[in-house]
Structure formats: structure tokens, C-alpha cells
Design a protein around this ligand. Sequence first.
Ligand SMILES: Nc1ncnc2c1ncn2[C@@H]1O[C@H](COP(=O)(O)OP(=O)(O)O)[C@@H](O)[C@H]1O
Ligand SMILES: N[C@@H](CCOP(=O)(O)O)C(=O)O
Length: 346
Amino acid sequence: MTTHQKFKISVPATSANIGPGFDVLGMAFSLYLTLDCERLGPGAGLQMSYEGEGAEDVPLVAEKNLITKTALYVLSTYGIASLPPLKIHVNNPIPLGRGLGSSGSAVVAGVMLANSAGELKMSKDRMFDYCLMVERHPDNVAPALFGGFVASFLRELEPEELEPSSIPRSEPTRNGASQPPTPLTDIGHYMQLGWAKEVKAIAIIPNFEVATEDARAALPDNYSRADVIYNLQRVAVLTHALSRSPVNADLVYKAMSDKIHQPYRKSLIPGMQDMLETITPKTCPGLVGICLSGAGPTILALATENFDKIANAVQDCFARQPNLSIESEYKVLDVVHDGAQVQYSN
Ligand SMILES: Nc1ncnc2c1ncn2[C@@H]1O[C@H](COP(=O)(O)OP(=O)(O)O)[C@@H](O)[C@H]1O
Ligand SMILES: N[C@@H](CCOP(=O)(O)O)C(=O)O
């Protein structure tokens, strides 16, 4: 077996919760977290460098950095105590804590790092299990790993699998709990959906963070039957409407309405409710749909044209918020069919 000296891992950013698809629908974008890795001689240890989003805050200690921490966890389940000597350069253009799946992409990168560095030969489906042990949101992890516009769900766990030590955890980065065990198999299931290729994604990213954990804490434990039916009806229509070209903007816009998570998160994202109601295919021609990206605060607008005007309408709304005057930037992105990749050289 050839051991490659260098390899590069690329993982796309994602947007989860598309419209009514809370915890279900996500998509992968043309914005990539990359890890340039080079094997070093025995005893050289781990040399990690980092540029891009989070460069000032992200720890570069193997046991603390989400990417390497995830890799160490995977390797430990194979009886491997540490990463082999490696030089890793991380380039991260994905803003942290903004609802563009930075943690999901970091976890996917970590699992792929373990797989390549440890020559574990895992299938992507098995890697999916590992990712879900660390980050429980399949709507981020599935598109980051597999690419495209993706629907996913977690299987219900058997009573014996509900032992605390077996349950996949959602935010391991902040609660400092002990390592999860070797993953169960087939935890997650997914389906890549069709995508009308004329539709691009505009991510309007305000200059504040919302931790996913905090945004989940804002949600109720129970929902009314009417609200559940409201979302189920729309999610079924939306998955098909977004696959048809030419896309029916009025239908998609209506089908992107949600009663499960956005109403409860509006106090965390000033101006969001106003944007969702006033930025429509009529007021902003070219707009196809608009929603919160992941747990926010980024706003995701789907559009076929007038990308700058649509982005500016959202930016104006952020800027108009009394006493806050929120600044924002935007990125016009493609929905990419390929998910995480590794390229070997030498
Ligand atoms: N490239 C990265 N390297 C290390 N840690 C990361 C990276 N990206 C994200 N994280 C961790 O994930 C956290 C953000 O996760 P989360 O609150 O779920 O927001 P997001 O919506 O961006 O996924 C960061 O504060 C950081 O701890
Ligand atoms: N379904 C999750 C998605 C979180 O996505 P993120 O990009 O904000 O981490 C949720 O809404 O909690």
C-alpha cells in the first residue's frame, strides 16, 4: 500500500434548515474549508497553522481544535492514540457562528483527516456515522460530506442505544463532556435532491454571531398540530419546486415559509421577520425564496438574477435596526454537487 506524503481535504460550507426544512434540508456551497496536509518524519509531532475566519480565536492545540479533536476521537476508536507526525495548514473562509455550518464542516474535515492520516479506509457512509456522533445536525453534515441539496434524518434509537454514553451529542465543542463512544451504524439517512441550476444562493452575513446551541435553546419542546402540518405541506412541495427549471419563484417563496424555528429565533436576529415579509419576488425581482440560514444570523436568499440588489435589500434591513445599525457582507454562491473531497499527491 502506498502512503501518500501530501493530501488536501476540502469541505464545503453549508446552509441548513432551508425554509420549512428545520433539521432536515441543507445545501452545500462553493466556499471551502481546506486542510493542506504533509506527513513529517518520526518524532516531528503535529505542526498546525491556520488562516481565515477564526484565525484569532481558534485553538491550534490538537486536543482543543474542533478539527483535530474530532480526528483524535475517530482514531481513538481504532486504537490509535495520536495523529501521526503531520504539518497541517487550515484555510477557513467560513465565518464562525453565523449559520453557515462552520462547525459541521470542521467536524467533517476532522473525520476525513483521521481517515486519510490513519489510512482507515472508511466509506463515506461510515464517516457520516462518525460525524453525527460529534455534530448531531444531519442537515449540515450530510451536504458537507455528500454535496448538493440534501434531505436527511436520523434513525430512532433503540432503548438500549439510548444509554447516555451512546447518544450522539449536538454541541460537543462547548460542553466539554467526555468523548463519545464508537458510533452505532446507519445513524443517518439522506437523499440528494434535484436543484434548478439557474438558482444561486446569496448569503447575507451580519457582523454578530449566534451560537447554534443558544438558538436551539430558544425553541419550544412541543408544537401544535397545525404548525407541524403547515411545515410538512411546504417541505414536500419545496423539495420538488426547487428541482424544476425554470423555477416557479412564487411557489418556492410561499413554500419556504416556516412555523417551526424562525418565529422562535426572531429575537436573536433583529430585522429577520421584516425581511422575510417584505423581500418577496414582487418587491425584488429575481428573488426565489428567503429564510434564515441554519440557526442564523446569516440570511439566505435564493435568486436567479439581481443578486446585488437582493443582497442590498437585506443589508438595508439590518442597517435600519434601531440603535443597532448592523453591518453585513454578502457572498453570491453556487450550490455545489460535490461534497467533501481528498486529493492525494506524491
Ligand atoms: N475551522 C474551524 N476550526 C476549529 N473550530 C471551528 C472551526 N469552525 C468552527 N469551529 C468551532 O465551531 C464553533 C461554531 O459552531 P456553531 O455555533 O455551531 O456555528 P456555525 O453555525 O458556524 O456552525 C466555533 O465557535 C468553533 O468553536
Ligand atoms: N438544524 C440546526 C442547524 C444549525 O446550523 P448552523 O449552521 O447554524 O450550525 C439548527 O437549526 O439548530
